[in-house]
Design a protein around this ligand. Sequence first.
Ligand code: PLP
Length: 415
Amino acid sequence: MSSTRAAGAAPALAQRSELFSTSGTARARAAAKAAAASGQEIIDLSAGEIWADFPDAVREGALAAITKGVSRYTDTIGLLPLRAAIAQRLSEDSGQRWEAEEIAVTAGAKQALFNTAMLLFDPGSEVIIPRPYWTTFPAQVALAGAKPVFVDSAASGYVPRPDLIEACLSARTRAIIINTPNNPTGAVYDRSCLRGLAEIALKHRLWIILDSCYAGFIHEPGGAEHLLAVVPEVRPLTVVVNAFSKQLAMTGWRLGYMAAPARLVGAVKALQSHTTSNPNVIAQHAVLNYLRQGDRAYERELQDLLLENRRQGLEILSRLEQVRAARAQGGFYFYLDVSPLLTVKGSRFQDAEAVAAQLLTSTGVATVPGSAFGDLSGLRLSYGLPTDDLKRALTRVVTALNAIGRSPALLRAAQ
Ligand code: PLP
């Protein structure tokens, strides 16, 4: 057999490998780590996780399972009692009754979203994603051979406008991916937005993929309404994705779930049987123990910590002169629009990536530039860290951004 490959050259990777690169958030975290390793004192506002310790009930559940010698495969989509406990909890949160057969337990929300992309999108399908978006949504859509269609939400306070979404539909549109409370913007979609989106889905027979990973963190009075409580009829078209990663401050344990029509859950079971099999068994027992206690005291405490961080953080950010901070209604991210610094006469900053790099070198504060979220003028700052560190970091950020805004040319001369 003749070959055109150079002798010794490795065969090419699949074309699929070119559809995505390391996520922008992971890159930002790596930059923060590299700066810290070089000896710089870094306050890291780039992480997508909360510094708090995870619940005792999770620890106890894990230790008990290990002591009992639990070590075998479970059902591919999770232990039945865990699926039942998740169904019970989702029933409380969504105002709809859920059964275990509608729940699949996954290795974090990421796997739930990946399953969804693989099972709902065909090559050539179009999928609506409000922008700024969480960095993994378009990557997974592309992996499924489908096409992300972005609809900008900045002009409406980062809450997408249903009429703009409807204007982007085509015969190929298969789904709308929404994430509320939103990463990166902190926006919480209001009732009229949810109603509008559900009506579009019903009218055009589209799936709604609802990523509610931050649903436990709502910071404005009145709370947030669940899509399915607002429009129950949209349930057969909805996939709810969630995880314990953020809610119980246990990102590394990798436990999430999806709630969907039983037919889709059946397909997920088959898919996971060929990909990862069951999620880690110890993590499953750990979370089951937590859910069985039925007491949300830990979550309330975490919410209170974040609420206080948000309050103090917004107070510091209110001193920003040119840059605008979003309301941070939910989740644990502040989101800044730095476009006034990019457009001011004499600015040497082309985009938020340059601003983030400047902040890292001049203030030692690591942030995530909006390029990770499809927004060249955004900057995401996590407030899921100890209050004193947060205050110190934000004070430095405000001083630096105000200085840039006041005299960008001077800053250039000083470089
Ligand atoms: N969805 C959103 C909106 C996220 O921000 C994240 C993590 O940052 C995930 C899903 C993934 O969560 P997990 O770590 O449970 O896979």
